[in-house]
Ligand binder design. Structure first.
Ligand code: HEM
Length: 475
């Protein structure tokens, strides 16, 4: 059966025979329908497993530990009072446990192979989930309890690498569609791909390099280290790779894919976007070479280029699509990109004036919470309910509450971290715990909303036709 579709593209849709009075009972159609539906249900279970795991990492090993660390830092009025292993346990759980699990889950969901006949792809995706979850959990445990850490650190890093290798194997066997078409013909060679594909590919390379660097550093620690924490100098360079080589380009890539539709923006400027990614890569290389100060200017230029390329702050020629989410969705996406600029500029200031870790910390927080977390909260609540067997978001009001709390907490944290750590204003130390609790409340509201969606919202698979194939029609 063919649905209405753009010229030159045929969309094949399967309807439920029981709900389509035009169809005579047709056994082969029924079988294909049931098989396809079973596969979609299995796929949505996989996504829900990755997303739920990510939320658990975000809440307890990530945010709760982050709040605990910050309350201790504020009580003693010193960043140095906290064990670096605990800070790194928090950072690893957030970056790899939360954001990493989300990316792997969404990545598997987006691979048509899992919708096809390849059974092995499902087994591989579940094996990846087991290894990734075990790897990130062991890392947290080794950092916090220091129990057999010389064995557990390399083991955890190796498990994360193995999980990523499986992900890469499954995803790389899928040939992405060339620009402007639905599906690439079998066996065709490289045609021009949409720019967002290149940006996501560069972010995946950043993730792979982050995992390789992590494995090498964990092996080094196991052989020569005194405790389960990376040395400060190495950690700072490593964080530049993780933040600007992996996290930021992933968000840019998905923004290029979705924001023209979600915000009704004019088409992305592809060359500028690729220039922004190139600037990021150059900034990471310059940081790794030891010129961190110069790199901060390059990251700031890259962030500005990406914002111009994506046209984030330009008026939208089309209506934003806010059905199913809170109407402030476009505001928070733009606010997140505002935080990206703040983070980049604070880094430039940090390279010049920081003497306490406060400017660097404020910049990192503006990036990880203001940009990354606000984007994940906004886009996640827009797309994840649909990926989870066509559900609707549990509560659009709770979505607003979550975003408002996280944004307020972030504004308080970034400003008072500079004032307190840099000794500009002693009263700012007492604001920090409140900022952390606001962020904790916001992130908890987000998790509750997603779990509420999975548990209490009805799946609409039963009433929706299934799109089983998109092919290019001969013209
Ligand atoms: C309630 C929310 C959060 C709180 C209270 C928090 C707290 C902290 C604290 C106290 C530090 C130590 C450095 C400093 O004082 O600035 C830190 C570092 C860090 N945070 Fe967070 N954080 C939160 C959310 C996040 C999120 C959402 C991410 C990532 C998506 C993240 C990633 C990191 C990273 C990578 C580091 C550096 C760790 C290292 O030194 O290796 N944090 N955070």
């Amino acid at each position: 059966m063919r649905g209405a579709s753009p010229p030159g593209v045929a969309v094949e849709i399967l309807t439920n025979p029981a709900e389509d009075p035009r169809r005579a009972p047709d056994l082969s159609h029924l079988e294909v329908f049931n098989l396809t539906r079973a596969r979609e249900v299995a796929l949505s279970r996989l996504v829900m497993a990755y997303v739920s795991t990510g939320l658990v990492f975000m809440l307890l090993p990530g945010t709760f530990l982050g709040v605990w660390n910050l309350i201790k830092i504020s009580g003693r009025e010193s960043l140095a009072s906290i064990s670096p292993a605990w800070l790194q346990a928090h950072g690893h759980a957030q970056v790899f446990g939360w954001v990493g699990s989300f990316i792997l889950g969404i990545g598997f969901y987006s691979v048509p192979k899992l919708r096809g006949t390849a059974r092995g792809a499902f087994a591989a995706a579940w094996a990846c989930w087991v290894m990734w979850t075990a790897g990130v959990s062991l890392r947290w445990f080794a950092n916090i309890y220091a129990w057999h850490w010389r064995a557990l650190l390399p083991l955890s890093a190796a498990l994360e690498m193995a999980a990523f290798a499986i992900f890469f194997y499954v995803v790389s066997r899928h040939r992405p569609a060339p620009s402007g078409t639905g599906r690439r013909p079998q066996g065709s060679c490289q045609a021009s791909l949409d720019p967002w594909v290149w940006v996501v590919a560069s972010a995946s390379t950043g993730l792979a390099l982050s995992l390789v660097g992590n494995l090498a550093a964990c092996l080094g620690l196991a052989l020569h280290g005194a405790d389960p924490a990376f040395a400060h100098g190495f950690d700072q360079r490593y964080l530049a790779l993780v933040a600007w080589g992996f996290l930021v380009p992933f968000v840019w890539g998905f923004s290029a894919k979705w924001m023209p539709t979600f915000l009704g923006l004019a088409p992305t400027r592809p060359r500028l976007l690729l220039a922004a990614v190139a600037a990021n890569a150059a900034g990471v290389l310059v940081t790794l070479a030891g010129w961190g100060g110069a790199a901060t200017w390059i990251f700031a230029a890259g962030a500005a280029l990406a914002i111009i390329a994506l046209r984030i702050f330009e008026p939208s020629p089309k209506e934003p699509k806010t059905r199913g989410v809170h109407s402030t969705f476009p505001f928070f996406i733009r606010a997140a990109y505002g935080w990206l600029l703040v983070a980049a500029l604070l880094q430039v200031a940090a390279a010049r004036w920081d003497f306490s870790g406060g400017l660097w910390g404020a910049s990192r927080h503006a990036l990880t919470v203001g940009f990354i977390a606000v984007m994940v909260l906004s886009v996640g609540q827009r797309i994840l309910p649909a990926f989870a067997a066509m559900r609707l978001l549990w509560s659009t009001r709770l979505m607003f509450v979550a975003l408002a709390l996280v944004s307020t907490g972030c504004a308080l944290r970034v400003s008072s971290e500079i004032l307190a750590y840099q000794d500009y204003a002693a009263w700012a130390w007492s604001v920090l715990p409140a900022s952390a609790l606001l962020e904790l409340a916001g992130l908890t509201a987000f998790a509750v909303n997603i779990f509420g969606t999975f548990l209490f919202e009805r799946s609409h698979f039963a009433t929706q036709p299934l799109v089983v194939g998109i092919s290019r029609e001969s013209t």
